[in-house]
Design a protein around this ligand. Structure first.
Ligand SMILES: Nc1ncnc2c1ncn2[C@@H]1O[C@H](COP(=O)(O)OP(=O)(O)OP(=O)(O)O)[C@@H](O)[C@H]1O
Ligand SMILES: [Mg+2]
Length: 252
């Protein structure tokens, strides 16, 4: 058994009286693709923000590669190998696609090196043809892909994807699934937040379920689809029934 790449213990974050993330514990093993699901407001983005240092935890511990990372600044955590995409997309809208991706590469490289890496990554994610376009001129799904490209340019070991498939067509979702799988095969560990359950079930080998800040389930997609608490909190009973007759196609 390989050592965990990430260990989260009793992580809690309060905003005033609201407990957005409540005593959450889980472990990630290298090379996993884990889905993080749950209703709107369940605390998924807040958990990502805690892991990547955008918010400091109220209490609890985070160990990245076996060393505490709780409370470190985002660039320190990114330099140690964990980064995320932003759910609402946080690009420099007046800058080109290429320059946006280059900013990710500057974390560990000189400018010429970062530009070389950014070009290669844009090729990889199928955005090379719009490298010189202004980010602000693109559609939301294209911007989400640039978020992924910029995150990849930081050379992460763990990449947290926050709803990068929102508003994609079924064919575009298939492209993202193929890309994530191939990046995993090259050694990146993923946690993926998505509301599109067919895509989540197809892509992920394990699911974590948050509800009102609490982790209410951790298991395989099959286990989660049949978990009564998850069905009640998020999936709904029709999901469990329909799932029995579904194919594995995202577009089905
Ligand atoms: N900076 C903040 N200040 C105060 N409350 C916050 C802050 N960030 C998040 N919250 C609250 O924490 C809770 C969890 O929000 P979060 O954005 O993490 O949910 P989510 O699971 O990502 O939801 P969605 O699926 O809609 O993206 C919500 O009640 C939200 O209003
Ligand atoms: Mg969110």
């Amino acid at each position: 058994m390989s050592d965990p790449i990430l260990e989260v213990s009793n992580l809690t974050r309060r905003f005033g009286g609201l407990v957005a993330v409540n005593d959450v514990s889980f472990v990630l093993k290298p090379g996993e693709i884990v889905g993080l699901i749950g209703p709107n407001g369940a605390g998924k983005t807040t958990l990502f923000n805690l892991l990547t240092g955008i918010y400091a935890p109220s209490s609890g511990e985070i160990a990245l590669h076996g060393k505490s990372s709780a409370g470190l600044k985002p660039h320190k955590i990114a330099a140690r190998g964990m980064t995320k995409t932003f759910q609402n997309v946080a690009l420099f809208m007046d800058s080109s696609v290429l320059d946006n991706v280059v900013t990710g590469g500057l974390l560990k490289n000189s400018l010429p090196e970062a530009r070389k890496k950014a070009h290669a990554i844009l090729e990889r994610v199928g955005l090379a043809h719009i490298a010189d376009t202004k980010a602000g001129d693109l559609s939301f799904p294209e911007r989400a892909r640039i978020e992924v490209a910029r995150a990849l340019c930081t050379e992460p070991d763990i990449l947290l994807l926050d709803e990068v498939m929102a508003a994609l067509t079924p064919a575009e979702m298939e492209d993202v699934i193929t890309l994530v799988r191939s990046l995993r095969d090259e050694g990146i560990t993923f946690v993926v937040v998505e509301h599109h359950m067919k895509a989540v079930m197809k892509l992920c080998e394990r699911l974590l379920v948050l509800n009102f800040g609490e982790l209410i389930a951790d298991g395989t997609p099959e286990e989660i689809a049949q978990n009564d608490r998850v069905i009640e909190a998020y999936l709904g009973s029709s999901f469990a029934k329909n799932r029995k007759t579904e194919t594995s196609e995202v577009s089905a």
